[in-house]
Design a protein around this ligand. Structure first.
Ligand SMILES: *Cc1c(COP(=O)(O)O)cnc(C)c1O
Length: 215
């Protein structure tokens, strides 16, 4: 596994689509190899692990939290996190707003919509996301911004099913964008399904094992 070559390959192939290199469980040396190949956006799914890496690695890295977030841990990443992908409640947004304010920052977030045909996946319904987007409570929060949507397709070899799920999320994104102009990011696609996701209109993919090797 040549991390540096993988980064260059994906960056060239993805063009305008943002590449989040998912580095969870990987050692700092692996992240540095990607960094030296030009990668600046890294994604982690545990706040403590991400914070340790943030402390030790170059300060121009843009850290994305892609995992489920517990409210009591928001404070640890509020000083530096660049984008939180998996927000699933107004309560969580309120906590992020509070901690962002303490740090004099505005933190961008994505709402995770449940598109997979599986119980284990986190996320909210399209209706719930719509409610959050139009709520006055969100409008009153000055230090948090919802800038897009995120989704994870069913883990299956059935490409047609994955495609249907991504197409559905893209249609929701397009519909919401008509009323909520600040939505610009559609985060969908991982190592196994990023090609389908990009075909369906993703503009941010989260690729881990195809860059860094199996975990
Ligand atoms: C781990 C993870 C990824 C990357 O998965 P790979 O299959 O290794 O590319 C993407 N998104 C989320 C939310 C993850 O937790």
């Amino acid at each position: 596994m040549n991390i540096s070559e993988n980064i260059k390959k994906y960056k060239a192939e993805l063009n305008d689509v943002s590449l989040v290199a998912i580095s969870k469980t990987k050692p700092n040396d692996d992240l540095l190899e990607a960094y030296h190949a030009g990668q600046r956006i890294f994604g982690e799914n545990k706040i403590q692990e991400m914070t340790e890496k943030w402390e030790e690695l170059p300060k121009d890295i843009d850290w994305h939290m892609v995992g489920h977030v517990q409210r009591n841990k928001v404070k640890y990443m509020a000083p530096y996190v660049g984008l939180i992908h998996a927000v699933d409640s107004l309560k969580l947004l309120k906590e992020i707003d509070k901690e962002a304010k303490k740090n004099n920052r505005v933190i961008d977030c994505l709402l995770q919509i449940k598109i997979a045909d599986e119980d284990s996946k986190f996320g909210i319904s399209t209706e719930e996301a719509g409610e959050i987007l139009k709520s006055e409570k969100l409008a009153a929060m000055e230090n948090v911004k919802v800038t897009g949507l995120m989704g994870m397709a069913t883990f299956t070899d059935d490409k047609e099913q994955v495609k249907k799920e991504f197409q559905y999320l893209k249609s929701v994104f397009d519909e919401f964008q008509k009323s909520f102009k600040e939505l610009k990011t559609l985060s969908m696609g991982m190592s196994g399904d990023y090609k389908i996701a990009v075909e369906c209109g993703s503009n941010m993919v989260r690729i881990g094992s195809a860059i860094f090797g199996e975990r």
